[in-house]
Design a protein around this ligand. Structure first.
Ligand code: SIN
Length: 485
């Protein structure tokens, strides 16, 4: 049976871009492959520059009517979209696993996570408040109102093909903006299925658009076109820096959710079983391919060996395989380049004295599979401590006191997520305040949800997504001063 025939609703598989409510093709196509098998799933159009510009202009026109609706009217359309995504969650998860590789259960989890942003912002859109400000001159009346910022552009990554789109599109739409989204070249079909459901939900033409094609061409338009008021990106720090530079030419408001180098600190008083559970989740979610995945596990010297033994046992039990097989814990990596990059970090660490601590895994056939590893005796000289691994490799580093481990944890240009395991309440406050990260998980390895602000500090990014703060980035605050005399 073909990929498409496996779907309950075959209309969700679209091989065209979605612009102004219509499916758009082009003369040239880009093939999309299944990372588990290397087989072609289908193609998407390589849109011309003129078509991309047209999509921005149509989004601008469409926004005029959308922004004049009440928040409640927009909320109703968003809630229809949310319900349709939930109704079609199995098909959406199947599409995601086939193009991204993650295990089906994780893909299903991501679809619910993605839908939760739409539900959340459908509600938040109704709570966009301005202020009345006490005047400084008796006759004046001062106030602020919040207005949609304008047409938004977004570039989203392959590791979360649905959730990173809805985390940007839902607040944009709830605020009264329109958006043009460029999904990752590797994973456009999930995005296009979301577009089909937006159409069925009655979201007006031109409000939610998905463009496909060459990343540089589209990226250039989304970051330089004068009609784009706000640009949002999730991806690596080097690419984020370039896009930020491009946005400077027309002074766009930006949100950047960039790379991480998350420390995971296990203090001597931690519950070690809980800490191992947390490390498994924070390290191996999505095969280690998330920005909030643990990069460095610091374990107090007095509990290091015990923790390592427990972790190794769990890692040895992980099953690597095709995401559609029910017992798979880790699917393929997204590309062979990703495999090479991970292997080169491991090679460097082993050459500089790290030890491979777990047993060999049997791997299915295929170039993109990689065995989960635990490395011990990891030191600061190794590249793996400083670069984002983005793969299933756990690195263990011993430490002896709190001050030392905090200095090491903060010694990075990144500042996205961090994790701490301890049962000392005073230490929790101390450490949370000293960690230079946008997010701290205490005695948990899973911090992401729609209600809390997701985002980094330092070179991990700008702005917050999700939560009550996530909609602010799609609004302008206007100050009004009325002389009443
Ligand atoms: C990411 O890796 O970019 C997002 C991870 C998350 O939302 O938990």
């Amino acid at each position: 049976m073909s990929f498409e025939q496996q779907l309950q609703d075959t209309e969700l598989f679209k091989q065209a871009a979605f612009i102004n409510g219509s499916w758009v093709n082009s003369d040239e196509d880009i093939a999309v492959t299944n990372p588990a098998t290397g087989e072609k799933i289908g193609t998407v159009p390589k849109l011309s520059q003129a078509t991309v510009i047209g999509s921005i202009e149509m989004a601008e026109q469409a926004m005029e009517k959308w922004k004049s609706l009440t928040a409640k009217q927009r909320s109703k359309a968003l809630m229809k979209w949310f319900n349709l995504i939930e109704q079609h969650c199995d098909d959406l998860a199947y599409i995601m696993t086939c193009e991204q590789g993650k295990p089906l259960a994780e893909a299903l989890g991501e679809i619910h996570y993605a839908a939760s942003f739409i539900e959340w912002f459908a509600e938040e859109g109704k709570r966009i408040y301005g202020d009345v400000i006490p005047q400084t001159v008796a006759s004046n009346r001062l106030m602020t109102i919040k207005q949609p910022i304008g047409v938004c552009g977004a570039i989203t990554p392959w590791n979360f093909p649905a959730a990173m789109i809805t985390r940007k599109a839902a607040p944009a739409l709830a605020a009264g903006c329109s958006i043009v989204v460029k999904p990752a070249t590797e994973t456009p079909f999930t995005a296009l299925a979301l577009a089909e459901l937006s159409l069925r939900a009655g979201i007006p033409a031109g409000i939610f658009n998905v463009v496909t094609g060459d990343s540089r061409t589209i990226g250039h338009q989304l970051t330089t076109h004068p009609s784009i008021a706000k640009f949002s990106f999730t991806g690596s720090t080097p690419v984020g820096r370039t896009l930020l530079e491009q946005c400077a030419s027309t002074v766009k408001k930006t949100s950047m959710e960039l790379g991480g180098n998350a420390p995971f600190i296990v203090f001597e008083d931690a519950d070690l079983d809980d800490a191992v559970d947390g490390a498994m989740l924070a390290k191996f979610r999505n095969g280690g391919q998330t920005c909030v995945c643990v990069n460095r596990i610091y374990v107090h010297e007095s509990v290091h060996n015990k923790f390592a033994d427990k972790l190794i046992k769990r890692v040895n039990a992980l099953r690597v395989g095709h995401g559609l097989e029910s017992n798979t814990d880790i699917g393929p990596m997204i590309t062979t380049k990703a495999v090479d990059d991970i292997n080169s970090l491991v090679k460097d660490a082993l050459a500089k004295g790290a030890s491979l601590a777990n047993s060999q895994h049997s791997l299915p056939e295929g170039e993109r599979y990689i065995a989960p590893l635990v490395l011990t005796n990891v030191t600061d000289e190794m590249n793996i401590v400083h670069e984002e691994i983005f793969g299933p490799v756990a690195t263990l580093i011993k430490f002896s006191d709190e001050e030392e481990v905090l200095i090491k944890a903060n010694d990075t240009i990144f500042g996205l997520a961090s994790y701490v395991y301890t049962n000392d309440i005073n230490r929790i406050y101390r450490v949370c305040e000293k960690l230079e990260y946008g997010m701290v998980g205490v005695n948990t390895g899973l911090i992401s949800n729609e209600v809390a602000p997701f985002g980094g500090v330092k070179q991990s990014g700008l702005g917050k997504e999700g939560s009550k703060y996530g909609i602010e980035d799609y609004l302008e605050t206007k100050y009004i001063c009325i002389n009443t005399k």
